[in-house]
Ligand binder design. Structure first.
Ligand SMILES: C[S@@+](CC[C@H](N)C(=O)[O-])C[C@H]1O[C@@H](n2cnc3c(N)ncnc32)[C@H](O)[C@@H]1O
Length: 330
């Protein structure tokens, strides 16, 4: 843990820090690339391209005892999760990450949709104007994150507007950089379409002095949700570093090979049945954690007991009565 002063922030759930001016700056200056937007299948390969140890970002920490591996039973055939490569003791910090980027809204009322688009533009500006390391990070880390198949609040029009803005002519340097990014195949039209969705689905919502904001911590985005998590996240603002930091700690001992889970909707105190519905509404997936699966088995058992047993009793009685009648008539 760092010793510099921090402000506690409220995590709602769900990435280096630019100033607001930098966040707004660069997009119309980007590229004049005019390839049509098209959906490509390589996305699926990308979703599972990251496996093995998680390299910590600059200024961050990820223990070597974690690895990303497949978990086909959660989130589809290509889904991944974070697993313990060795036993992890109770209370141990397994990740401490600086936000890769963040946006703090101007007023209380700024819609999440606008926040997502501003952060998307911030990330893309790093691809166009940033260092090769930034470009590599966005390409390999951020674009390999999972996005929802559709958006809950990022309108289709926003995504197309963003792509158009990226292609629009701007200053000489940005055009050259932007064109190279797109034409060189580092960042495809399809990536442009996915980026806002990736931000939407991997955002961590924070509250900074009463202002809402969103951050990305891409290394933490491989963690799946469980209604009975074994890892707890806390996000704090480090004023010395002028950035948010995410800390992930084990809240019980985790065996070697066991998956690490967090709660995507912490602090809501909803009963399990309502939590699953809230998850579906907010994050768009049916929770298939062990607790929800056992709840489903429990529901099937109740249906069996409440409906099937009376039916079986009725049929049995019916057969007994028929047999008795037959005997009487003999
Ligand atoms: C932030 S990502 C987690 C990592 C992701 N599994 C991957 O392969 O990159 C969130 C996505 O993982 C899947 N997921 C996470 N927890 C889940 C759960 N409990 N049940 C079903 N799907 C889950 C959902 O598809 C969700 O949209």
């Amino acid at each position: 843990m760092r010793s510099s002063p921090r402000l506690a922030v409220r995590i709602v759930r769900c990435a280096p820090l630019l100033t607001r001016a930098a966040v707004r700056a660069p997009l119309h200056s980007a590229a004049s690339f005019c390839a049509p937007l098209h959906v490509s299948r390589r996305n699926f390969a990308k979703v599972s391209s990251i496996h093995g140890k998680i390299d910590p970002p600059p200024g961050g920490f990820v223990t070597d005892d974690l690895k990303v591996d497949m978990n086909a039973s959660i989130g589809g055939a290509f889904a991944r999760g974070v697993f313990a490569a060795r036993e992890i003791g109770y209370g141990r910090e397994v990740m401490n990450l600086p936000a890769y980027c963040m946006y703090i809204s101007e007023g209380e009322k700024q819609p999440l949709r606008e926040q997502v688009l501003i952060l998307t533009k911030d990330i893309f500006s790093k691809v166009v104007l940033g260092s090769p390391a930034d470009q590599e990070y966005v390409k390999h880390r951020i674009l390999s994150l999972m996005s929802g198949g559709f958006s809950y609040f990022t309108r289709e029009r926003d995504v197309f507007d963003f792509a158009e803005e990226v292609r629009a002519a701007g200053t000489e340097g940005a055009i050259r950089n932007g064109s190279n990014c797109l034409l060189g195949g580092q960042f495809s039209s399809y990536d442009l379409q996915r980026l806002p969705l990736i931000v939407e689905f991997n955002r961590f919502e924070v509250d900074y002095r009463g202002r809402r904001g969103i951050c990305l911590f891409p290394e933490a985005s491989y963690l799946n949700h469980s209604c009975e998590p074994n890892v707890e996240l806390s996000i704090t603002y480090n004023s010395a570093k002028n950035n948010f930091y995410l800390s992930a700690r084990a809240v019980r001992p985790i065996r070697e090979g066991e998956e690490l889970f967090i709660n995507y909707m912490p602090g809501n105190n909803l009963p399990l049945s309502r939590l699953a519905l809230a998850m579906k509404k907010r994050w768009g997936f049916e929770c298939s954690c062990v607790k929800c699966k056992s709840r489903a088995v429990g529901a099937v058992t109740v249906v069996f007991v409440v409906l099937l047993i009376p039916i079986i009793v009725y049929i049995r009685r019916f057969i007994v009565e028929r047999t008795k009648e037959k005997h009487r008539s003999l």
